[in-house]
Design a protein. Sequence first.
Length: 253
Amino acid sequence: MEELPPGSRILLLLVFTLSGLFVVGPLLFILFLSLTGGIPANIEDINDLGPMYSYVSAFLGLLGIFIMGFWLFLKLTKQKADDVILRSPFQWKFIGIALAGIVVMWFAADLLYLINRAGIEQIPNSGFLEMEEELNAKYVELFSPENISYYPIALFVFAMVPAFIEELVFRGLLMRYLNETSNGKIHFAVIVSSLIFAGFHWQPWNILPMTGLAIVFGYVYHYTKDIRYSMLMHFLYNGINITLMFFVPGLVG
């Protein structure tokens, strides 16, 4: 494939990423069901298969993103993963910056969520609050103390894997192309990539907290020039939340 301009790469990356999540991921999950226990006659019954199937479904969705939105995208655009992932030694000052960013965002997230929810409540019949309740009920099932044996799997699927894959796609690639197409306007690149990242999760009640968190990730990545520090932040933020949900009953819901 010929050298594509940054704008075309952005469009191609987003198409591939969405295809990985909504096409490749579900196809892999259907293949998994057919190999393990068979596909339910009623597709809605998939939601009742139990926590392990939810973990597998989430993991395969992320794997689809990696296959399409990162690996295949790099192959087609003739780029190397080494251009995104550095292998230089970690620096303690950058680790300190990453940890400080998590602390700042931890306290800001609740305020952003309250502002976000107040805005959602002004939209009549949106159904967003009902969607939030359904997702919280799913979280209670997946991350409850009664299912503590799933804790290591939850950390891997919902903390480690997203931190690795989502940072590669949204910071390592998307933010870089946005910076190039805007002639080095890093604030534009950070904010737009953060909005796309938040929108990609389709949680309107969390759009502000997710955008704020992604902005912190973006600036840390820009400052350190090393995607591993935003990966560390992403993993810690998700991992701490998952740990609290497992070990503090009633935190969600």
